[in-house]
Design a binder for this molecule. Sequence first.
Ligand SMILES: *Cc1c(COP(=O)(O)O)cnc(C)c1O
Length: 363
Amino acid sequence: MTFQAPEYVRRIAPYQAGKPISELAREYGLAESSIVKLASNENPLGMPESARLAMLAAVGDLGRYPDANGFALKAALSDRFGVPADWITLGNGSNDVLELAAHALVQPGESVVYSQYSFAVYALATQEVGARAIVVPARDHGHDLDAMAAAIAPDTRLVFLANPNNPTGTFAPAEALERFMAAVPPSVVVVLDEAYNEYLRPEDRYDATVWLRQYPNLLISRTFSKAYGLAGLRVGYGFAQPELTDLLNRVRQPFNVNSMAQAAAIAALGDQDFLARSYEVNRQGIERLQGAFAEMGLRFVPSFGNFVLVQVGNAPAVYEKLLRAGVIVRPVGNYGLPEWLRISVGLPAENEAFLKALRGALA
Ligand SMILES: *Cc1c(COP(=O)(O)O)cnc(C)c1O
């Protein structure tokens, strides 16, 4: 070894992203336009036109640094969600917000609690600060909130909790979350990761921001990557009381959200039309995929997100056959789910292309 690196860094297994379209095209000699990618929970509508126009208008200012405090975007978020601007943290994707929490709050050797089958970034954020993960067994593929509260140790600083969860699509109702918050010691910060919040059906919706005042240890994180269609720009945000927000700000890169991203996010936030279409396309896609899986006799986890987890048996082999048919989905063996694939909802034609390829792969 020529140089020193902490053992906890050497132990990290890097994040495995969905296979890019260009890579599959290269490897299999396929035309990029013929490839269907349902692997990264991206918005099948692409980005909103409103955001594209806002970015074009922002291009002229790229010679200058972005607004380090994101004044206009925070004002727009504050306006929309009724959370004071100084309770908001902007992130280079909400991934950034998750990491800011780990960096601001956790020292090497201390512990972080999260569920089995939860978002891979929780493990990364834990490992990169040299912390110890307390991984709580899932119940029916979802978070076992009672067990998670009970698993909190004296040295636990942080709990990561995704609702809905990725990659399983499970959901904990508001009452369960409230009970959980009441059970967590006030010294332990809970990151409530709501990356898929906008996809909840009206009957499941809840407003976690009303708990912020009662719980100085609550950090809500959300993103523009999914329902707002801006995954490539990397914009997310967190809501928390000023004391916690101030700590996150201390470890934040000053210019972590670039100018184009700030401009696009403001436009997307105001684009209720696009959000409504995202919701509708997703709802129909979820129904279609789940209906088809049921018909095919495949077990799946009913999803509250923009993807469905389905059990196909030898998932690596099915994944490979789908690739050959030009369809990219997400294997989840790295999550401890070797028989399952995660399918992001596409446009209707993409969902049909996937289902046809899946029937072929399973035949
Ligand atoms: C997609 C996702 C995120 C956010 O990703 P960013 O693009 O970094 O905002 C956060 N949490 C979960 C559970 C996700 O699935």
